[in-house]
Design a protein around this ligand. Structure first.
Ligand SMILES: NC(=O)C1=CN([C@@H]2O[C@H](COP(=O)(O)OP(=O)(O)OC[C@H]3O[C@@H](n4cnc5c(N)ncnc54)[C@H](OP(=O)(O)O)[C@@H]3O)[C@@H](O)[C@H]2O)C=CC1
Ligand SMILES: CC[C@](O)(C(C)=O)C(=O)O
Length: 344
């Protein structure tokens, strides 16, 4: 194995003893980090603006305050607000609270890698980036499992930034699954690549294309849903637990032969070449620039794509079919057309 991996025995929560961690933002990652850390015995406060997130953090028993006050009060300041907003929030509310020896933490390297934030030299700067959506970081922790994470140290002012980062990783349950040491650049570039090409972008396009092909050919949409979306989860469960081998072993020989011979017609050499172009745009900052510009314009293209994705028939068909599956325990549900967290 090439990677430097850390597990529970390699991390010591005592590096956070007597310290206060301010979790800034209480969204997908924020609520998971805050709850997991608290249950691991860490003293956590929440820096958050008034609104839905603050109400939720209060309901869950946290001491909440404005970001400026939380940054003043904390030893470790974990920034869990959206990437594109971190720069101005840091300048206005977090930077004034920094003092030598404090730590600035991230769950993704975007703001540092693309220079939205330039911290002073006398603070630690580290990252603990879980490799899962926040709602699953929380669910797995509660179930006694863990989410793998990446740690990186950008600045080691105290000489103990890595110890503190590993303690934090242990507090959120990541060292149960394995924590790999990396750099902000490697985490940012691989994470953006993964979410755009395979995890979020690639998977959603593959599902929609498969669903549309079947429905346009006259097959029942409900069958298309079960075939291209519902069963995907069950197939991925096997891959997650035992690698591709477990999936090939469990499916029929017909599926194995068909999958191995036809798969390369779907994901082609051209797809791989496009992936390389996507990676280049990430590495040279083209994607980051496009994303920041889209936000500056008020997100016209993003809003249109969001709306189209929401209105795709695979969503309405799925909603009806899932309503008959009483065992599903979703973390996020739709109410009046808006995605909402299920109260835990
Ligand atoms: N989503 C994920 O699973 C993952 C995210 N990350 C990283 O974690 C970080 C947080 O992302 P994510 O959890 O998705 O974010 P969310 O969008 O889920 O949550 C953002 C939170 O920040 C709050 N917020 C937004 N603006 C401000 C502000 N000006 N002042 C105070 N609070 C504010 C929001 O509160 P309000 O309700 O008031 O809007 C909300 O609580 C990002 O760096 C992201 O890249 C890393 C790995 C996975
Ligand atoms: C896959 C999306 C992700 O990168 C993640 C959950 O790790 C994100 O930024 O949300």
């Amino acid at each position: 194995m090439n990677a430097k991996l850390y597990y529970d025995d390699n991390a010591d929560l005592r590096w956070l003893t007597g310290k206060t961690v301010a979790v800034i933002g209480y969204g997908s990652q924020g609520h998971a980090h805050a709850l997991n850390l608290r249950e691991s015995g860490v003293n956590v406060i929440i820096g958050i603006r008034p609104g839905r997130s603050r109400d939720r953090a209060n309901e869950q028993g946290f001491q909440t305050m404005d970001v400026k006050d939380a940054a003043q009060a904390a030893d470790v300041i974990q920034i869990l607000t959206p990437d594109h907003l971190q720069g101005p929030l840091y300048e206005e509310c977090i930077k004034p609270g920094l003092k030598p020896g404090k730590a600035l933490a991230f769950a993704h390297g975007f703001a540092i890698r693309f220079k939205q934030i330039i911290p002073p030299n006398d603070v630690d700067v580290f990252m603990v980036a879980p490799k899962a959506p926040g709602h699953l970081v929380r669910r797995l922790y509660v179930e006694g499992q863990g989410t793998p994470a990446l740690v990186a140290v950008e600045q080691d002012a105290t000489g103990h930034a890595l110890d503190i980062a590993l303690a934090y990783a242990k507090g959120i349950g990541a060292t149960r699954a394995g924590v790999i040491q990396t750099t902000f650049a490697e985490e940012t570039e691989t994470d953006l690549f993964g979410e755009q090409t395979v995890l979020c972008g690639g998977v959603s396009q593959l599902i929609q294309a498969g669903f549309e092909t079947l429905v346009e050919a006259g097959y029942q949409p409900e069958i298309a849903y079960f075939e291209t979306l519902h069963e995907l989860k069950l197939i991925v469960d096997l891959i997650y637990e035992g690698g591709m081998g477990a999936m090939w072993y469990s499916v029929s020989d017909t599926a194995e032969y068909g999958g191995l011979s036809v798969g390369p017609r779907i994901v082609t050499q051209e797809t791989k070449q496009e992936m390389a172009r996507v990676l280049k745009d990430i590495q040279d900052g083209t994607f980051a620039e496009r994303w920041m510009a889209e936000n500056a314009k008020g997100r016209p293209e993003f809003n249109r794509m969001r709306r189209d994705a929401k209105e795709h028939p695979v969503e309405s068909v799925g909603r009806d079919l899932r309503s008959m599956m009483s065992w599903l325990k979703p973390s996020v549900v739709e109410e009046d057309g808006i995605q909402k967290e299920v109260k835990s």
